[in-house]
Write a protein that binds this ligand. Structure first.
Ligand code: ZN
Length: 309
């Protein structure tokens, strides 16, 4: 292995051969026989996709996948064949620039919510970003958005007030995990809940296992399908699962991966070509467990009624 300034070159590690799930499995194998305690009619699975520039715009050619209709169609046809509903959180400034792509998602009956206007993290829940995303959404769809997801979970109390002020019904920005902010989110509830002092519903992104790993296709790729299934078997899952994805999880090519910062390159290179396969396997796993595929709006409506919002 190459060592530079005392730091091993991570790219030289046999990354694709490491079974990450197995490393920690012994810690909680006592939970292996955990019973499913929910009734199946309560279980809902929302597949979400944050529609933004590739890798949050970190590449020179940051719109490559957005310009690739055949790739996007491939994903949407897969979801149609699996009868899975897709909820898209779209960056507001893309609505006009990529109306052709939006049309493609609409053709396959996807629903849309807001993912800030500019995807510039420090400002992603500012009044300007929230209101501009809402305005762009209304201009494009002639209807108001119901839901909001702040990039990288960067929402604060001011942002939540902004969502309420501009008439949003739910937020889905919380990540009850180590990433992106353990101090803020790690011990937050994983269940849908009312945001304190507001009429807003929070539908947190789902984390699982005692390690609180996020349920998203990038983590499935990092764990490998076998490892992911093994962790799921020893995890208790909430009755509502909000599962995350991006287009770059499915279609990043070698040239794109080469441009990423080193740690990202390491993460996204693992099982890089298996995104669609692993997505199919994951969807079927949850279907077999009795989960019903729903839009975020359907889950929001049900829980808002339940919580009297
Ligand atoms: Zn994003």
């Amino acid at each position: 292995m190459r060592v530079e300034n005392g730091i091993p070159d991570l790219e030289m590690l046999p990354w694709n051969d490491i079974d990450i799930a197995k490393i920690g499995e012994g810690w909680y194998s006592h939970r292996r026989n955990l019973e499913w305690t929910m009734t199946s009619e309560k279980r809902a699975f929302a597949l979400t996709l944050d529609l933004e520039k590739d890798f949050s715009g970190a590449l020179v050619d940051a719109d490559k996948i957005l310009r690739s209709h055949p790739h996007i169609t491939q994903l949407l046809e897969l979801l149609q064949a699996e009868e899975v509903k897709l909820s898209v959180f779209v960056v507001g400034e893309l609505l006009e620039a990529y109306s052709d792509v939006i049309g493609l998602f609409q053709h396959y009956d996807c629903e849309f919510h807001c993912h800030s206007f500019s995807h510039q993290s420090p400002h992603s829940n500012s009044e300007e970003d929230v209101s501009r995303c809402r305005d762009a959404f209304i201009d494009h769809f002639q209807s108001a958005p119901l839901g909001y997801r702040a990039p990288d979970g960067r929402i604060n109390s001011e942002g939540i007030q902004n969502l309420e002020k501009y008439g949003f019904k739910f937020d889905s920005s919380f990540f009850p995990s180590y990433y992106p902010n353990p101090a803020k989110y790690l011990f937050k509830t994983r269940k849908p809940h009312r945001l304190k002092g507001t009429q807003l519903l929070e539908l947190p992104n789902t984390s699982f296992s005692p390690l609180r790993i996020m349920l998203s296709i990038s983590y499935v790729k990092m764990l490998g399908m076998a490892g992911f299934r093994r962790l799921l078997r020893v995890s208790s899952l909430p009755e509502v699962v909000v599962f995350g994805s991006h287009l770059h999880d499915f279609f990043a090519d070698k040239e794109m991966l080469q441009q990423l910062p080193r740690v990202w390159k390491l993460i996204y290179s693992r099982n890089a070509e298996k995104g669609l396969k692993y997505l199919t396997d994951t969807l079927r796993y949850f279907r077999d467990k009795g989960y019903r595929f729903e839009y975020m709006s359907e889950i929001s409506t049900r829980y808002r009624a339940k919580l009297d919002l």
